[in-house]
Design a protein around this ligand. Structure first.
Ligand SMILES: [Zn+2]
Length: 267
């Protein structure tokens, strides 16, 4: 909803015909749950490529359990928000995006929305206007506190692309890190062993992973799956940064809304 503050503002008297909203790479359900007017909608998570590289596809996904893979069943699962049919969405951690927090790239300054609002959106180093992040936009639209979960909400799982996890473990940095031969060698080994990137990220056990890749990579995959990693939020065009260092404290308390994978397995 860029440039407007509500569905109604954009679609007028046809708004009721809209049944679902795509949350995009820069937001996840938890951020949308803070806006009560979105409660009636199903929150979907799709992802296109944005580049010719296939590993950019499928970073986000919807997980369904359908009687048959038909159009009717699919639409019904989305519109009804039946949790036995629409199991969850898979989300790239939005903090990873280039505009999550508010900040000023040139001064290396970034901050959460509350802090930016307190400072009147002025950079504490140079005094210029800060570039507003997505979280601040959420803060402006929200009518609920952080961490609120509507009772009929579909759960989600926060993941990071496998190539990013491998690159971070190998210490491969820079804009071209995801195209490094060392990263791709491990990526292909994993995907060939487990059939798909999502199966590696969601289901492979630590022991199975350690048979294929260095223990550091295996452990990092599990840590991402369990939500035990920190992403230093992106700001003003700077990507967020995955922090895997075991010595780092656990994820900050305000990012813990994620449902654990066992919740889905038990359902
Ligand atoms: Zn500045």
């Amino acid at each position: 909803m860029s440039g407007v503050d509500s569905l109604e503002e954009c679609y007028g008297d046809k708004s009721h015909k809209i049944k679902a909203l795509e949350t995009g790479l820069s937001s996840d359900p938890e951020m949308n749950w803070r806006v009560s007017s979105l409660d009636r909608l199903a929150l979907l998570s799709n992802s296109d490529s944005h580049s010719p590289y296939p590993h950019r596809l499928g970073r986000e996904a919807n997980v369904f359990n359908l009687k048959e893979p038909s159009y009717r069943e699919l639409v019904n699962a989305i519109v009804s928000k039946d949790p036995s049919k629409f199991l969850m969405t898979i989300e790239v951690d939005p903090a990873y995006g280039k505009y999550h927090w508010t900040g000023h790239r040139r001064c290396g300054v970034s901050m959460p929305p509350e802090e930016a609002m307190k400072r009147g959106n002025k950079c504490p180093v140079c005094g210029r206007q800060l570039t507003k992040g997505v979280m601040q936009r959420v803060e402006e639209l929200a009518d609920r506190p952080k961490g609120f979960r509507p009772p009929n909400a579909i759960g989600f799982k926060r993941l990071l692309p496998l190539a990013e996890i491998i690159a971070e473990c190998l210490g491969v940095r820079g804009e071209t890190r995801l195209y490094s031969g060392r990263v791709w060698e491990l990526y292909m080994k994993l995907v060939n062993s487990f059939g798909s990137e999502l199966n590696v990220l969601l289901n492979a056990s630590l022991e199975e992973l350690e048979r294929i890749v260095p223990s550091k990579v295996a452990k990092a995959i599990i840590r991402v799956r369990e939500g035990h990693v920190i992403v230093r939020p992106g700001y003003d065009g700077v990507y967020g940064k995955l922090i895997l260092d075991e010595e780092e404290p656990a994820r900050p308390a305000d990012r813990r809304g994620q449902t654990s994978i066992t919740d889905y397995l038990l359902r």
